[in-house]
Design a protein around this ligand. Sequence first.
Ligand code: CMC
Length: 429
Amino acid sequence: MSETATLELNGKRYVLPVTVGSENEKAVAIGSLRDTTGYITLDDGYGNTGSCQSEITFIDGEQGILRYRGIPIEELADKSTFVEVAYLLIYGHLPNRSELRSFSDLLTENQNLHEDMKYHFEGFSSMAHPMAMLSAMINASSCFYPGLMGPASRDRFNIHAARLLAQVRTIAAFSYRKSRGLPIIYPKRAYKYTANFLHMMFSEPYQDYELKPEVVKALDLIFVLHADHEQNCSTATVRMVASSKANLFACAAAGVCALWGPLHGGANQAVIEMLQDIHDSGDDGSKFINAAKDKDSGRRLMGFGHRVYKNYDPRAKIIKTACDRLLETLQVSDPLLDIAKKLEEAALSDDYFVSRKLYPNVDFYSGIIMRALSIPVEMFTVIFAIGRMPGWIANFKEILDDPKSRIYRPRQVYTGRPLNHYVPLDDRP
Ligand code: CMC
């Protein structure tokens, strides 16, 4: 017999079905709760709410497990590439040779922005944050492709998905060049996904950037590790917007905005700023740790803690090892890495962090790698957004393909003033 839950309200008992996921995660399904009881549930920050059923990514936060389509992140980090992972997330299986070839070709064919989009870049201030440009330009893309403006369409999904995945990298690189007053560099057909991004970021019209394999590999790994993470703030935002049947580019632009905040993707920039502050102030980290424990200080140990992981974030483990390896290969010594390691050691032996199960997350060491790759700090969250694009696209597709999908529309408990009446201006106190 399948498991059920019983709820007692005002002396009446209600039997609620229990939904069990493929990894034995259990959820009390409350779809009929309001109709049968008149009550809704209240869950601040959605910490206990499953907003959907999804086949894309599995996380076990207690054990520190992350899998894309069932494949452990460690295996993908070691053996796969970002383009292959993108295919896996979006289409549900690892591509065979011919599927991978066609997918890569589709990305290459769609990597150029519409030439008129260049004029949009002209309108931004040179002080504009690249995340602002990224979300605006992804949304502006809708204007250049007839068919994109209308409701989401299954027929055109493959081409739109490829266009978005290929162009996000072009837009990101153009945003960076624009913010530095540098001439725009176009993508090259001969280069693969990540190499092409580095080329568009760092080549000059008179000189091609020298692509070092270890640099390309390190950035590709960062993209792989960020590619999806189930119902995080930005992915939930993408699904929310997608549920209204908005087009893929509009949904992705909304995802970029949600990602920008320092509690989410913006944490990678905030971590480096924090480490730099500690370095500049000559603190050994202990003053900062004390401030992060003091709720009145308004400070947090950035890159630490996670809503789901109550154990070491598996992505942080992989990044930490990659970081050591890259810095050694490039023969770079970064004082911020030493500070980060000392902070981690101090936090992991401090009861405040231990008792709250606060461990380094993906953002703690990723910035150090990006610094070593010469990626400027204001581009860190943009890199996260490029990496997260396959996850957003896959979640969008899940909604598109679901004939039972409904518009997302949470309820609320109203706590405002009870009924009162309009007072004419002259009669107001
Ligand atoms: N430094 C100091 N204290 C912390 C931290 C931190 N980084 N994170 C959580 N806490 C404390 C928090 O004050 C609370 O203490 P108490 O129980 O005494 O009130 C307790 O730990 C639980 O924290 P919470 O804020 O209720 O946890 P949450 O699940 O709502 O927030 C989080 C998760 C990631 C927003 C939070 O841990 C945080 O602000 N971390 C720093 C920002 C960061 O690194 N964000 C990147 C997240 S991973 C990548 C991504 O998803 O984008």
